[in-house]
Design a protein around this ligand. Structure first.
Ligand code: TYD
Length: 134
């Protein structure tokens, strides 16, 4: 896998009542969290993403259900299965991502280092390859 992305095990504070996961900025999450969003109710056959970010850092967790994410740094591609509320995918730097194979119950939680800024997006794959110098 590209060294721009990595999976982290997020600690589950489980007891006999069930499980609880706490994600703290600058601790488990390696940046200050400025924005949280979640994707759910994704229709069958839908793929999302198809972009890279210039500066944004994200941690992505499938809280319920599962999906697959393709990560591409312009040289290598890697598919990651997100299927656990205790598995976090950290994405830093220039990585093209595509998300697909959502189960109907998938709730994909995203913690982000910046507020929404369309100027941070690279939405064209050829532009992405130029920016990464491929
Ligand atoms: P989009 O970036 O197309 O989602 P994805 O890349 O996951 O397929 O976002 C869908 C719409 O939501 C688009 O109009 C931008 C808007 N949006 C916000 O306003 N704020 C946000 O934090 C995000 C992620 C998207």
């Amino acid at each position: 896998m590209s060294d721009l992305v990595r999976l982290i095990d997020v600690p589950s504070l489980g007891d006999d009542r069930g499980s609880l996961v706490a994600l703290e900025g600058s601790e488990t999450v390696p940046f200050d969290i400025k924005r949280v969003y979640y994707i759910f109710g994704t229709k069958a056959g839908v793929s999302r993403g198809f972009h890279a970010h210039r500066a944004l850092k994200q941690v992505v967790v499938s809280v319920t259900g599962s999906c697959r994410m393709l990560l591409d740094d312009g040289k290598k591609k890697e598919e990651v299965l997100l299927d656990s509320p205790t598995k976090g995918l950290v994405i830093e730097g220039l990585v093209w991502r595509e998300i697909y194979d959502f189960t109907p119950d998938c709730v994909l939680l995203v913690l982000a280092s910046q507020k929404y800024d369309e100027a941070d997006y690279i939405r064209n794959y050829d532009d992405f390859l130029k920016v990464v110098g491929v």
